[in-house]
Design a protein around this ligand. Structure first.
Ligand code: 6PG
Length: 231
């Protein structure tokens, strides 16, 4: 239990640190288990990390063909829409590294079958090797928003949200049981607008959905910039 917090100067250093943290765990997952199951984050903050992974040394060093890529959440927009989390990751990373297209699983429609391809934990939940998350100013993460029934979901692997306070309103999100079955979970948080939410999440304020992300048997890392940390 518990978590690590690393504070870096700004967005560029956050992208660098998050890419290095991610690359290390991709390499070890493939080294130990022959594959790496990764859930990418949406929003703007992770874009820098994905662009950094698509550059040397990571681009040339990582075992991309052994990666299986999913998303922590998705907006219910066409996959080629600029506001799609898939589209962001595709432009920043997937178009630049040799991940087989059949290993990429956008979180659309009913993704349960695709999630069931992931090796499960003792409780039958897909056990991601790596999960990326962001943090909203209201303490949401993925598309788990405050006071949303999706936060209470204890069985389903995904929840469909139709009234998200952050546009667009229709979304699909991994649920807390899946997030907390992860082997390694990384929050990337930048900017002064996130300061209050981050402080509350690090205090494990139960009113904020992101506070409930605590891997049962895995690591939890926050990489945040000084503006978000309040330095
Ligand atoms: C989404 C995200 C969402 C995001 C936070 C932070 O689809 O919108 O998954 O949870 O991570 O809202 O967004 P920014 O990084 O853009 O501030």
């Amino acid at each position: 239990m518990g978590f690590n917090t690393r504070i870096v100067p700004g967005p560029a250093e956050l992208a660098e640190a998050a890419a290095a943290w991610t690359a290390e765990r991709i390499a070890s997952a493939v080294g130990v288990r022959g594959a790496c199951y990764l859930a990418l984050a949406g929003g703007e903050t992770p874009r820098g990390c994905y662009e950094r992974l698509a550059q040397p040394p990571h681009r040339d060093a990582l075992p991309w063909p052994s990666l299986f890529v999913y998303w922590s959440d998705e907006r219910q927009v066409p996959l080629d829409d600029a506001s799609s989390n898939y589209a962001m990751a595709k432009a920043a990373l997937l178009d630049h590294v040799p991940i087989p297209p059949e290993h990429v699983f956008p979180l659309v429609g009913d993704p349960t079958a695709a999630l069931r391809r992931i090796p499960a934990d003792a409780g039958g939940r897909p056990r991601f090797d790596l999960i990326h998350l962001g943090l909203g100013e209201d303490g949401h993460t993925a598309s788990l928003f405050p006071n949303s029934p999706a936060v209470q979901e204890a069985r389903a692997l995904v929840a469909h949200v139709h009234d998200a306070p952050k546009p667009p309103p229709d979304r699909v999100t991994l649920t807390l049981p899946v997030l907390n079955a992860g082997r390694a979970v990384l929050f990337m948080v930048q900017g002064a607008s996130k300061r209050e939410a981050l402080a509350r999440v690090l205090r494990r304020d139960p009113a904020l959905p992101a506070s409930h992300v605590q891997p049962l048997d895995g690591e939890l890392q926050f990489i945040v910039d000084r503006a978000a940390a309040g330095g």
